[in-house]
Ligand binder design. Structure first.
Ligand code: PLP
Length: 375
């Protein structure tokens, strides 16, 4: 099987399992687990924060951050497509009594600074108290630049707002920037997050750990966050068995994200070549790839056919349907990760070439014959 649904599907490698097996353990609710403490310390040093907290998921580290920054009746400025707003079951509103103020994105995935400024509410009893700005990087696989991150952070300081990064894939952003500029990805990561009050980082995506996310901030912030983690049921006991995987991931799996980015480029180039060869541009287009996520917009008919053939060949991706200027479209998402090799990516390209060739042949013959079972 070639599973391109998400980078969350990665399994711990033998070396990572060995690290988990050998991890010294204690009770982390008492603060006694050396492996959890070690991971938190390691992350602080890597990213330049005072304190860190290990939690079961990125949804939880984001919610803990929101609830630590905001009181009941406060407001957080978010993007319409941010994970914190759209993909976390409304947790900030349901569990935090925090009002989200969503903003429409720019094409590069960012929130325009003037939109953020315009959304900040005056101190007036009619309004919720604007308290926090959330920025997501990468967002939909797009990298928000160092300049942009610094501008947001300065805007927040000037407006006395807190600022949080949903950095589930912050190391993908850092590696993408670092490989363009021949820099150290850890150093770029530190620059990306500098000046922000908090960040949440996923260990269980491209970094390849089985479970876990980190929240980083000041000592005072993390002390609050620790109480909220307990309240939400995220206090784990001998969590070092998981933290050891996270430590291994931070030490060994950051630089290699560049391979995933290259694989996503190979996939996009392969699709684009097949599309051009069979003149299917009106029915299949790829979004530009910056990191490890490739989105493709297809006509529903071609998308159904391609997905059916992919499924038969053991190739998995995710799909969503939406309305665009070109009418109904199906958006496929392919995510590369450390459990997918270059050979497997080439296999996906080869299958797509055969499928598109067949589809184009049938279309030009204007043949309504069933497209199934061609391969
Ligand atoms: C995956 C993800 C999260 C957290 O997801 P969990 O599955 O809860 O760990 C948060 N933000 C973004 C942008 C993500 O992609």
């Amino acid at each position: 099987m070639i599973d391109l649904r998400s980078d969350t599907v990665t399994r711990p490698s033998p070396a990572m399992q060995q690290a988990m097996f050998e991890a010294p353990l204690g009770d982390d609710v008492f603060g006694d687990d050396p492996s959890v403490n070690g991971l938190q310390q390691q992350a602080c040093e890597l990213l330049g924060f005072e304190a860190a907290l290990f939690a079961p998921s990125g949804t939880m580290t984001n919610l803990i951050a929101l609830m630590s920054h905001c009181q009941r009746g406060d407001e957080a400025i978010v993007g319409q497509q941010w994970h914190t707003y759209k993909w976390e079951a409304g947790g900030m509103a349901v569990l935090g009594s925090i009002q989200p103020q969503p903003l429409v994105h720019q094409p590069d995935g960012s929130l325009a600074l003037h939109d953020i400024l315009a959304a900040i509410k005056p101190d007036d009893p009619h309004f919720a108290r604007t308290r926090l700005v959330v920025i997501e990087n990468t967002t939909g696989g797009q990298v928000l630049s160092l300049d942009y991150m610094q501008q947001v952070q300065q805007l927040c300081k000037a407006q006395s707002l807190a600022c949080h990064i949903d950095g589930a894939r912050i190391f993908n952003a850092a590696v993408a920037i670092a490989s363009q500029q021949q820099q150290d990805p850890y150093q770029v990561a530190r620059q990306l997050v500098a000046g922000f009050d908090s960040i949440s980082v996923c260990l269980s995506k491209g970094l390849g750990a089985p479970v876990g996310s980190l929240l980083l901030g000041s000592h005072e912030f993390i002390a609050k966050a620790r109480r909220i983690r307990k309240m939400l049921g995220g206090g784990m006991r001998q969590a070092g068995v998981l933290a050891a995987a996270g430590s291994y991931a931070l030490a060994h799996n950051v630089q290699r994200l560049a391979e995933d980015h290259q694989h996503a480029q190979v996939l996009a180039a392969g699709f684009n070549e097949a599309v051009a060869q069979h003149q299917l541009q009106a029915e299949f287009s790829c979004h530009p790839v910056q990191t490890n996520i490739l989105f493709c917009d297809l006509s529903p008919k071609l998308a159904d056919f391609l997905r059916q053939q992919f499924t038969e060949q053991g190739i998995l991706c995710t799909a969503g349907s939406y309305q665009s200027a070109d009418g109904q479209r199906c958006r496929l998402r392919f995510v590369t990760h450390l459990d997918v090799s270059l050979a497997q990516i080439q296999q996906v390209v080869a299958v797509s070439q055969q499928v598109l060739a067949h589809y184009a042949r049938n279309n030009t013959r204007n043949n309504a014959r069933d497209n199934s079972a061609v391969l």
